[in-house]
Design a protein. Structure first.
Length: 263
């Protein structure tokens, strides 16, 4: 069922406000207005997508929408409302902006000096700055971050940078899911703190809901317009594997475990 926010994002008038210069795929900050209501959103036109060697051209916007549908079907609550919208540059993924535009969100992943890892956080990676200073990539240990890690394993996210996770009003949101949902295993993330540990019961239930929605609900038909049949089948296989093993995955041999840059 389409929510009011989705209806606004799908059908509203798009007003470009500025280019997100850090984005490699032409993301634009926009205001979407409909019936005297408006929302800020990130607008990612297919026409501005950068070609990638391991994903078919012109498919990233559909993967953004698919990630939102999967998050909602499982009750993960990770992905902000995301729709496909015909805007000034043609078809685009349009995602509601979360938080206040002039207020920096709380980060749940950070790069710090070895002695400055916050209490309770888990260290993921050690490295050096160009100046030779040792640094640590670490992430918070809390239910919302752990749920995001399970969601990433489910959708085969190959680009979970630290800056893609935001804590806003106590909720953990994930953004930028265009390079996900491929067939070949390619999980690449900064959330390795639970690798090999048992899944939390609540996250097992979320994966079960996605598996069931693929089999008896309408999720598979919704995804069929966004992904290939092979990709939808691979999603189901990952859900089955997570439910069989019931553990957080380990890094894959022969594939970079951490995206670059990590933040």
């Amino acid at each position: 069922m389409t929510t009011e926010v989705e209806r606004l994002l799908e059908s509203g008038e798009v007003e470009p406000l500025g280019r997100i210069v850090e984005s490699s795929n032409g993301a634009v900050l926009v205001r979407v207005s409909l019936d005297e209501e408006s929302r800020l959103a990130i607008h990612k036109p297919v026409a501005l997508e950068r070609p990638l060697w391991d994903y078919p051209d012109g498919t990233l916007a559909g993967r953004e929408r698919a990630a939102y549908l999967i998050s909602e079907a499982g009750g993960f609550g990770v992905v902000p409302p995301t729709v496909l919208h015909e805007g000034p540059w043609g078809l685009a993924a349009t995602q509601q902006w979360v938080g206040e535009p002039h207020t920096a969100p709380d980060m749940v992943v950070d790069v710090v000096a070895p002695g400055e890892v916050p209490a309770g956080w888990r260290e993921v990676l050690r490295g050096e700055t160009p100046e030779g200073e040792e640094v640590v990539v670490a992430h918070a240990v809390e239910a919302g971050v752990r749920t995001a890690a399970v969601f990433d394993a489910l959708i085969n996210n190959s680009d979970r940078k630290g800056g893609h996770l935001l804590r806003i009003n106590g909720a953990v949101w994930g953004v930028d899911h265009g390079v996900s949902l491929g067939v070949e295993p390619k999980l690449r993330t900064v959330l390795w703190g639970w690798a090999g540990e048992d899944l939390a019961a609540a996250d097992v239930a979320r994966v079960e809901r996605v598996r069931d929605a693929l089999g008896t609900g309408d999720l598979a038909s919704l995804l069929a317009d966004l992904l290939t049949l092979e990709e939808v089948s691979a999603l189901g296989a990952r859900a089955d594997q997570l439910l069989e093993v019931r553990r957080h995955p380990l890094p894959l041999p022969g594939w970079p475990a951490i995206p670059w840059p990590a933040m």
